[in-house]
Ligand binder design. Structure first.
Ligand code: IPD
Ligand code: CA
Ligand code: CA
Length: 258
């Protein structure tokens, strides 16, 4: 059987090539909500990834953002965000990626995040370490929070009156951290925590495909992933707190101080 991590990297690269080919061209945009959009490139990338999986591993489950997945009785599930950072992509803001993860018996065992703009392939397999273009990566050792750079994002429901809208958290981190960023691709934010370009990341209401690959990569790079209060992380839950470990308690204090 094919080495799964190599297969994941190969299809992520192929999807990244589609993204670069379409970058800056006129897109067919459909709105999934007031500000949540999808382009033909998201769909093309998803079709390529899902078709490749179906060919290579026909009996395994697929959960993909644009809906081409289906459940079966398999204990193995591919979790795919074909284009993370679609709003950036549609505006030619060069911060987007492909994210693919593998879950076996409900445990995340492998993930890749490919940034085609910088040709950066972040990858990890459980118990085998995390890598950026083949070189081992580790989380940073920056601490405490006032010497740390952290990132977040805002869910598409922010304009729809949702009470937990992350703005209070954002304000509190701006006052406590050295810097706060909002780059617009949760998967790249998480890859950056894994390689030490960011020290922490938190967000509300992400979906499994936004986070799955990043969770494996951060854990393998020595980082921590929990709920806001430090509890056990749930891929299908509503919150994620990820960090280099050293600022985790500080971040919990900020997130739990409302
Ligand atoms: C979005 C990005 C963004 C995050 C949103 C996600 P999409 O994913 O990851 O950073 O703040 O909540 O939905 O829609 O570009 O794949
Ligand atoms: Ca996403
Ligand atoms: Ca997406």
């Amino acid at each position: 059987m094919r080495n799964r991590l190599e297969f994941m990297k190969e299809v992520a690269r192929a999807a990244g090539a589609i993204q670069m080919e379409g970058l800056g061209k006129r897109h067919q945009i459909e709105f999934k909500g007031a500000i949540n959009l999808v382009t033909e490139i998201d769909k093309k990338c998803e079709a390529l990834i899902v078709d490749s999986i179906k060919k290579e591993f026909p009996h395994e489950d697929v959960l993909a953002e644009e809906g081409s997945g289906e459940r079966s009785s398999s204990n193995t599930r591919w979790i795919i965000d074909p284009l993370d950072g679609t709003v950036n992509y549609a505006h030619k803001f060069p911060f987007f990626c492909v994210a693919i993860a593998l879950e076996v018996e409900k445990e995340l065992v492998a993930g890749v995040i490919y940034d085609p703009v910088r040709d950066e392939m972040f990858s990890a397999e459980k118990s085998k370490g995390a890598f950026l273009n083949g070189e081992i990566i580790r989380v940073s050792d920056n601490a405490p929070l006032n010497q740390a750079i952290v990132a977040t994002g805002f869910a598409y429901n922010i304009q729809e009156g949702e009470k937990r809208n992350n703005l209070n958290n954002f304000e509190r981190f701006v006052k406590k951290a050295q810097a706060v960023r909002r780059p617009g691709s949760a998967a790249i934010d998480m890859a950056y925590v894994a390689c030490g370009r960011l020290d922490g990341f938190w967000e509300l209401f992400l979906c499994p495909w936004d986070m799955a690959a990043g969770v494996v990569i951060i854990r393998e790079a020595g980082g921590s992933v929990t709920t806001f209060d430090g509890g056990t992380y749930d891929l299908y839950g509503t919150e994620i707190l990820a960090s280099n470990g050293r600022i985790h308690e500080d971040m919990i204090s900020v997130l739990c101080s409302s």
